[in-house]
Design a protein around this ligand. Structure first.
Ligand code: IVH
Length: 679
């Protein structure tokens, strides 16, 4: 090989291999991360220019890919969860009490030792290894499905590509982040090139990871901390501290300083200590995380909604700043709620520019006497929308803010129910603001999740009169393709991409579909409850019509779903009864394939069974019993009906037990239930 470029390529490949070994296997790196990144970037660029060269393919397949059509999706075998937040020592104490109560272990405080770690402000990632080899890596996405960023994370040094002595399947979870000084340097360089800078290290990390060209990711100083496991074929630890040790042995970096805490005092001291160290840490943190050390207890505690019961994030107090409130504007939401928003003189708080803040509702504005042109104190905590804490000074000649009594979008009366804080537009289906918001909700991430379709395009198509309700989305291609490609900001390619994204979503799960309808009070959790209860769309629709007759079997069945209750049930029934909604549902049914839901667990011991617990249980507390039944595939209902399969009766059971007798439902004692639950 005489070409100097090819010689250089071979040399670079050898050097990279050498440094990888020093770093991962020997733990004695001899060059800095920045120097390594420079070598890697040079190697990739050269390999791209000379793909035919002997070592180019090694380099390209190790680290260099260009994706043409965006990221593929990866389904997480085990859902990627979020954490519940605690904002005070009292919240932390309440968390301990909840765990102890759930497990019935109030008298064993020593069992609740916790691992405390910094809460890194980045984005979570799941890396899958099979037989010790890195197979794939995915972002969290909606928790069930994330983006395939395998090619990109192969460029990260913190993520080993091979593991020694790992179980057949091992998913390692952790946080992708950027150090503060790397973030500042990156922004300076981007600014020099005349490019847009990032608002904070978190955004910089997210933007750098989600690059279609891995060459760009390879040049970005991304890092990774490992802190948890996903899907695994064999257990590798019995405590959180052993888990950390095992991850470290595999070659991962851990978030430090972490500490095993044996009491509330230990946790308190750790929290205060980290808060003092916060400014000196190389990376941004927004709090600390406590995880129950005993993994067997973690497994018993399980999850509620999207968070584990065995871990909690103890957040740092919010950061504040003062600025001028330029204007109070009113937004109209999907259900007609008028929400006031503060338009602010932009101000940097904790590294983020803030130009809008939430004002909640008119009572809040009155209570704090917030007026346009006031100087106000703003606070920002983590990801939540910034808020106005108080007025520092009214402007001269300021006026008390008059909350509108008409909808700013359609002019209809906006009224307040006696027991509600919210004022609502009465325009219903004629209000364009509500219609737009319903459409935006319909295409949003946890609903139809249509790539490339967001607030801006909905606004555009709605204003053109192309989309009035969700069914029009699916006619967009047929009716408006020719005009769309001519419009500013669109071309053949972008239009085709959008149409493909819409077509791909003609098949949809039942729970997403229910959520997408935007029925008041039916968020994701309730949509899931409904889907799991009725299992098919036809069944749900048929039952909702039958349930319109008060006190019908269908009505009682709907209300018996745990956590549903009368108010929510009423909203659902009203939605299905409304003729305009019926017409929309008829149109959507013709276009869509709505997949049946799976019962909580199809192969569980109690799959398809409905259980009601009543009376006092002594060996396993009610919440644990309920969680256990659900894991085994059962539905847990709040009241007894003909559809109930078992009533588990503890001590002093009352009317539910007599209902069970009257309806001839099988009654189990607590011991019989435990035997059944243990299989
Ligand atoms: S554990 C099932 N540990 O915070 C437990 N998460 O607000 C999963 N995070 O989604 C998370 N530092 O992205 C864990 N030391 C840490 C963390 C951490 C940051 C992130 C993570 C999670 C989010 C929840």
């Amino acid at each position: 090989m005489t070409d100097p470029a090819l010689q250089r390529l071979e040399r670079l490949w050898q050097e990279l291999c050498h440094h990888d070994k020093l770093y991962h296997t020997d733990d004695t790196p001899i060059i800095s991360d920045a120097e390594y990144d420079t070598l890697k970037a040079e190697a990739l660029a050269l390999a791209r220019q000379h793909p035919e060269a002997p070592f180019a393919q090694n380099i390209l397949s190790a680290i260099g890919h260009k994706l043409k059509d965006g990221f593929a999706k990866i389904r997480h075998r085990k859902a990627m969860l979020s954490l519940d937040n605690a904002f005070s020592d009292d919240d932390v104490a309440a968390w301990f009490e909840r765990m102890a109560r759930f497990l019935g272990m109030e008298d064993q405080p020593e069992a609740f030792a916790c691992m405390a770690e910094p809460k890194v402000d980045g984005l979570s990632l799941s890396v899958r290894y099979e037989h010790g080899k890195l197979i794939s890596a995915a972002t969290r996405g909606d928790g069930a499905e994330g983006e395939d960023v395998t090619a990109n994370i192969r460029t990260l040094r913190d993520i080993p590509v091979m593991l020694q002595n790992a179980p057949d399947v091992l998913e390692v979870r952790g946080e992708i982040y950027m150090n503060r000084h790397d973030f500042i340097n990156l922004n300076e360089e981007e600014a020099k090139k005349g490019k847009k800078t990032f608002a904070n290290p978190r955004n910089a990390a997210a933007g750098s990871l989600r690059q279609l060209d891995t060459l760009i990711t390879a040049q970005r100083p991304l890092k990774f901390f490992a802190y948890a496991l996903g899907d695994v074929s064999d257990k590798i630890a019995t405590t959180q501290s052993d888990l950390r040790a095992a991850l470290k042995n595999f070659g991962f970096t851990l978030n430090e300083p972490a500490q095993l805490c044996r009491s509330a005092q230990d946790l308190h001291a750790y929290y205060n200590n980290i808060m003092l160290m916060r400014a000196d840490l190389a990376f941004e943190i927004d709090g600390v995380v406590y995880k129950l050390n005993n993994i067997a207890l973690q497994e018993r505690l399980g999850f509620v909604s999207r968070s584990p019961r065995w871990a909690i994030a103890h957040k740092f107090p919010p950061q504040q700043g003062e600025t001028r409130l330029k204007k109070i504007s009113i937004q109209v939401g999907r259900t007609g709620a008028l929400t006031p928003v503060a338009e602010l003189e932009p101000i940097g708080i904790g590294g983020v520019m803030v130009s809008r803040a939430s004002l909640h509702n008119e009572d809040e504005i009155m209570r704090k006497d917030i007026r346009e042109q006031d100087i106000v104190t703003i606070q920002r905590a983590g990801d939540v929308i910034p808020q106005i804490v108080r007025v520092v000074k009214h402007a001269e000649d300021s006026h008390i803010f008059q909350f509108p009594t008409r909808c700013p979008a359609c002019g209809s009366h906006a009224v307040r129910d006696e027991d509600e804080a919210v004022r609502r537009c009465t325009g219903g289906l004629i209000c364009p603001a509500q219609a737009k918001e319903r459409l935006i909700h319909f295409v949003s991430r946890n609903a139809f999740d249509i790539d490339g379709m967001g607030g801006k395009s909905i606004e555009e198509f709605f204003d053109l009169g192309w989309i009035n309700d969700p069914s029009d989305l699916f006619l967009l291609e047929e009716k408006h393709e020719a005009t769309l490609v001519e419009r500013k900001g669109w071309d053949v390619l972008s239009a085709q991409k959008l149409f493909a994204a819409i077509r791909a979503k003609k098949r949809i799960t039942l729970e997403r579909f229910i959520y997408a309808l935007g029925i008041r009070r039916i968020g994701e959790a309730n949509a899931k409850l409904l889907a799991r209860h009725y299992l098919s769309w036809q069944k749900l629709r048929e039952q909702m019509l039958l349930a319109q007759t008060a006190d019908s079997e269908a009505w009682r069945d709907l209300e018996s779903i745990e956590r549903m209750g009368e108010t929510i049930a009423q909203e659902v029934i009203e939605f299905f009864a409304e003729p305009q909604n019926q017409a929309l549902l008829n149109r959507l049914e013709l276009i869509l394939t709505i997949e049946d839901a799976k019962p909580a667990s199809q192969d569980g011991l109690l799959a398809g069974k409905t259980i009601v617990f009543t009376g006092t249980l002594t060996k396993m507390r009610r919440p644990e019993a309920k969680a256990r039944a659900e894991i085994l595939g059962a539905k847990v209902a709040g009241s007894v009906s003909k559809k109930t399969d078992y009533v588990v009766a503890g001590a002093d059971a009352g009317s539910k037990l007599s209902d069970a007798h009257a309806l001839g439902v099988k009654i189990l004692s607590e011991d019989e239930w435990l035997k059944m639950a243990e299989g």
